[in-house]
Design a protein around this ligand. Structure first.
Ligand SMILES: C[S@@+](CC[C@H](N)C(=O)[O-])C[C@H]1O[C@@H](n2cnc3c(N)ncnc32)[C@H](O)[C@@H]1O
Length: 304
């Protein structure tokens, strides 16, 4: 057992840290018996679930996917070039932390501009000289930006303003090394969730965490990428879920519960009527209006 457990190295919209306990309670027995040696996450995001399950189980092989090319680049750099990443992040961190407030803000926007301008020169499908620098910039921006979220505008530019934290922890070298260790058994794929299909068999456990179905107008934030995830995408995913079920895999999926807003909304109950659907409490903002924040439920769908 490592001293530092692996955990997300980026803060990412929809992170599942709050739901880990509920998910863990429901894992298939076969996983504990070592009969599911392959783990697949078609919507890995920040990887809270991926890292957590890898701390508990020794998978022979993992496959992670995301449509967001920046996060896929970052995972690959953490896996394959962690020492150089740590050293570059250390440089960014030292410069930032040794500056006064005005200089910090200037430095933040300088890194953000550099990150956006260099995008055109990066070949996202092939590890190259610019990758490690880009991953360091992404982690730096994620740690120092407002609310710590990744968000791009319609041109695909990172557009989150400066965050004003007193002493942000920009570099956590032990965590990056732990994550790098964990990722050694993992194939990292950039692409649509459908491409996970070729790795699914009766030896796999698949956890799906698609972008939430918006609970209402004000929560219709889909800032993960330029592409939104509308109801027809949720239906396409349900068809893929059925294919994975037919392939004999053990499956678990989570999403927002539309019944939080409209008790008669049976969208997921209909979509996943062939499987087990449970509702569990989750702490998540349901509304921008602070008075309406509180505990709501999420759904967990399993095929076992
Ligand atoms: C809810 S987040 C996952 C959160 C993650 N499980 C965590 O705990 O941090 C959903 C992810 O799906 C990705 N995504 C959106 N559409 C996708 C698609 N068609 N195929 C694969 N990934 C997609 C987004 O980029 C985002 O990172």
């Amino acid at each position: 057992m490592r001293n530092t457990p692996s955990k997300p190295f980026l803060k990412w919209a929809g992170g599942k840290t709050q739901l880990l306990e509920e998910l863990e309670k429901r894992i298939p027995e076969e996983l504990k018996d070592g009969k599911l040696p392959v783990f697949i996450e078609p919507f890995v995001g920040g990887g809270a679930v991926f890292f957590h399950f890898n701390n508990i189980f020794n998978f022979d092989k993992c496959h992670i996917f995301d449509i967001n090319e920046e996060i896929i680049l970052a995972y690959t750099v953490v896996r394959d070039d962690v020492d150089s990443l740590i050293s570059q992040l250390d440089d960014l961190s030292s410069e930032f932390l040794s500056s006064n407030d005005i200089a910090r803000k200037e430095f933040y926007y300088q890194v953000r501009d550099e990150f956006n301008h260099s995008k055109a020169d990066v070949n996202f499908s092939r590890f190259g000289a610019l990758w490690t620098e880009r991953a360091a910039q992404l982690i730096f921006l994620n740690r120092t930006c407002f609310n710590g979220l990744f968000r791009v505008n319609t041109q695909g530019e990172f557009n989150v303003p400066f965050g004003r934290y007193k002493k942000p922890k920009i570099l956590n070298a032990d965590l990056l090394r732990a994550d790098s260790d964990t990722l050694q058994n993992t194939e990292i794929h950039h692409g649509d969730f459908i491409s996970a299909g070729s790795f699914v068999s009766e030896r796999t456990f698949v956890y799906f965490d698609p972008p939430y179905r918006p609970l209402n107008q004000t929560s219709s934030f889909t800032g993960y990428s330029k592409n939104g995830f509308c109801d027809s995408e949720q239906r396409r995913l349900a068809r893929f879920f059925a294919d994975c079920n037919a392939a004999g895999a053990k499956l678990m999926l989570s999403n927002s519960d539309p019944k939080n807003i409209d008790y008669d909304d049976d969208f997921f109950d209909t979509l996943y009527s062939d499987y087990k659907i449970e509702r569990v409490p989750a702490k998540r903002m349901i509304n921008c209006d602070a008075t309406k924040r509180g505990e709501i439920s999420e759904i967990i769908v399993t095929n076992f």
